[in-house]
Design a protein around this ligand. Structure first.
Ligand code: AMP
Length: 209
């Protein structure tokens, strides 16, 4: 099963991707996570991406396409994968078409105000990558990861200012993908304002239909 998840920042892509990979036994490819790892390691790629990410912009198509092209060749992708955060532009989508035949594209849709509110309440575990939300999905002990006990942090781009820019970037550069995949007949849209479990159920029902 080869899937793409699209949606604005904090629409719930990462949360749903984590559940879907467990359900279908496929690989989770988050380009945002991959870039954050490069930034943390201080590689040349990470240094190139760092300021763009912090400001809420997009790294170049060329760079991100090369990363995905390598990633999907790995063994864990043979049974299928979920791309979370890629493609984000029509150029990336066109390139992806040359690489693989997708089964479905899930679009998690939610209004801007909801996403901005969620985004600024988001907390991430720097050690194991688990994500929480102070409003909707709090950790059991405030500020501490349920899974590994690490102190939770806020992403540098989860501020109001960077969040607004990321939502604007989504509308300008990524929203055209909805029409792109609708035309291909593989788009499945889900209401991202529903409770997390309901969204997962709706996606699985849509994918298995
Ligand atoms: P995410 O964790 O998916 O919200 O991604 C965090 C940031 O990484 C984005 O705001 C972009 O700066 C960068 N990024 C992730 N995926 C892509 C992509 N497909 N194209 C360009 N930039 C990306």
């Amino acid at each position: 099963m080869k899937l793409v998840l699209i949606g604005a920042p904090a629409a719930g892509k990462g949360t749903q991707a984590a559940r879907l990979v467990k359900h279908y036994g496929i690989a989770h490819i988050s380009t945002g996570d991959m870039l954050r790892e490069e930034v943390a390691k201080g590689t040349e790629l990470g240094n190139q991406a760092k300021s763009i990410m912090a400001a809420g912009g997009l790294v170049s198509d060329e760079l991100i396409i090369a990363i995905v092209q390598e990633r999907i060749k790995k063994d864990d992708c043979q049974k299928g994968f979920i791309l979370d955060g890629f493609p984000r532009t029509v150029v990336q989508a066109e390139k992806l078409e040359e690489m693989v035949k997708l089964d479905k594209v899930v679009y998690i849709n939610a209004p801007d105000e909801v996403m901005l509110e969620r985004l600024t309440a988001r907390q991430t575990c720097p050690k194991c990558g688990a994500t929480y939300n102070k409003m909707f999905l709090p950790s059991k002990v405030e500020g501490i990861c349920d899974v590994c006990g690490e102190k939770l942090t806020q992403r540098k781009d989860d501020t109001v200012e960077a969040g607004q820019k990321r939502i604007q970037t989504f509308h300008e550069q990524s929203e055209p993908l909805v029409g792109f995949y609708e035309k291909e007949g593989i788009l499945f849209e889900v209401d991202g304002t529903m409770p997390i479990d309901e969204i997962t159920k709706a996606i699985i029902a849509g994918l298995d239909a």
